[in-house]
Design a protein around this ligand. Structure first.
Ligand code: HEC
Ligand code: HEC
Length: 385
């Protein structure tokens, strides 16, 4: 009890020291703890604002908020997400010290990987790395292409322990973190005491991942000026507006019917007709319901223009290939989503876009790119070494 109080008090004083230091940035004013952190990290003396980012109105609507999966027990806090950021970029979470989360989720490419499969400590992953942008928005709250993780707090510990990806025993992670001078300080700032546990690692990593919210694209600049996404955006070119109409409209396939709301997230996993016979059975792997064969989750389409490869197996290279897929490449299978086939004949739709319309859809998808998020220090590597 005494120990707990002691940590609470020192934690509180530590935070106070940070607040007072921010008024006077002179190095001599920094607390000993802060000086120590500065030897290892490029962190601001007052943490970045992760807890309440300034989102435009359209990203605070009821529709968008209904997609959120942040649990009441783990709200994003500024120090929690800061600890998560440090962990996310820490290669010592892998068995040979060579791989961090960021090795496969690269900020410059929308927190995914350019390679079809990513290199872990023991070979290549079986699926394509997923973008982490706007992961906080997916209402059913499950994670991975096949949704095998019931929530983000479970998911974030899985790559650490996965033999291919980071290949660490959680106990060894705890021993490593406890032996450092800095992690106990960061845990104290995040959680009020310096105890390092797997549970706290999962909370902090989940907070950091959920804090990666994209809101400063050309799309957002335009969306702010109008009443809804279907209205032409004044800041768009005519082709971008045409592409937007195609995305939100009815050329047999309505992209926004599945990639929902201004966050462009799915409601549930679906089968978008990539294969006639799916080699990877998707969420069927854990539901064992035959209706679920070939159904996958998709990440938010925000910043889709930063990614090089698409879909769970990364087999589509470039956005033109994605457009070709929806235009005329949808494969028939018993599990193909009802949005993508004729309700009577069951034959997959073909959009029949002209070359100019395909270009317009591409131009529209590129308006979803947020140049800010790919360089924002809040989400970048804080390690000095
Ligand atoms: C070796 C590469 C690699 C490393 C290291 C890695 N990931 Fe991933 N990540 C992937 C791949 C591949 C997938 C998709 C796997 C699947 O669905 O089966 C993925 C999926 C995810 C997802 C699911 C996103 C969604 O919307 O469902 C999250 C979240 C995630 N990773 C976070 C992390 C975190 C946090 C770490 C570090 C603790 C990490 N990853 C380390 C490759 C990696
Ligand atoms: C039936 C629902 C549905 C419709 C309609 C739909 N999609 Fe998808 N989309 C998905 C699913 C499911 C995935 C993930 C599939 C997978 O990886 O197996 C996906 C994946 C994508 C991806 C790749 C995401 C990534 O990170 O790799 C892009 C890009 C995309 N869709 C764009 C579009 C566009 C553009 C349209 C309209 C022409 C559209 N989608 C219509 C369900 C749909």
């Amino acid at each position: 009890m005494f120990k707990f109080k002691f940590f609470c008090i020192t934690g509180f004083l530590g935070v106070l020291a940070f607040v007072s230091c921010s008024k006077d940035p002179a190095v001599s004013q920094l607390s000993d703890e802060q000086k120590l952190l500065q030897q290892f990290f490029n962190l601001p003396s007052e943490p970045f604002n992760y807890a309440s980012p300034d989102l435009p109105e359209h990203l605070k609507s009821g529709f968008v908020n209904a997609q959120k999966n942040t649990p009441a027990g783990n709200p994003v806090t500024n120090w929690g997400a800061t600890l998560g950021r440090v962990l996310f970029y820490d290669k010592s979470l892998s068995s040979n010290g060579s791989i961090s989360c960021a090795s496969c989720h690269i900020q410059a490419f929308g927190f995914t990987d350019t390679a079809q499969f990513s290199k872990g400590v023991n070979g290549l992953t079986k699926r394509h790395s997923m973008s982490l942008i706007n992961s906080a928005y997916y209402a059913n709250g499950r994670f991975f292409w096949d949704e095998r993780a019931a929530r983000l707090e479970h998911q974030v510990l899985m790559p650490i322990q996965d033999q291919v990806e980071m290949n660490m025993k959680l106990d060894s992670v705890l021993t490593r973190l406890r032996s450092t001078s800095y992690y106990p300080i960061l845990f104290k700032y995040a959680f009020g005491s310096d105890s390092v546990s797997g549970y706290r690692i999962s909370l902090a990593l989940a907070q950091f991942v959920r804090s990666i919210v994209s809101s400063q694209s050309k799309y957002d600049d335009g969306r702010k000026l109008v009443s809804g996404p279907n209205v032409d955006f004044p800041n768009f070119t005519s082709t971008e507006n045409l592409g937007k109409q195609i995305f939100f409209g009815n050329r047999l396939i309505n992209c926004s019917g599945c990639h929902l709301t201004d966050m462009m997230v799915l409601d549930n996993p679906r089968n978008n007709g990539l294969f006639e016979t799916e080699l990877d059975s998707g969420i069927f792997i854990h539901t064992s319901n035959s209706q679920d064969i070939g159904k996958f989750k998709a990440p938010s389409l925000r910043n889709i223009g930063l990614r090089h490869r698409f879909m769970h197996d990364g087999h589509l290279i470039g956005l033109n290939a994605v457009i070709e897929h929806y235009d005329n490449g949808i494969q028939s299978s018993p599990h193909l989503d009802t949005h993508l086939k004729d309700p009577v004949t069951g034959i997959p739709y073909k959009m029949g876009l002209s070359p100019a319309e395909k270009q317009a859809l591409l131009d529209f998808l590129n308006t979803l790119t947020d140049e800010h998020i790919i360089t924002d220090a809040k989400f970048s590597n804080p390690w000095l070494k």
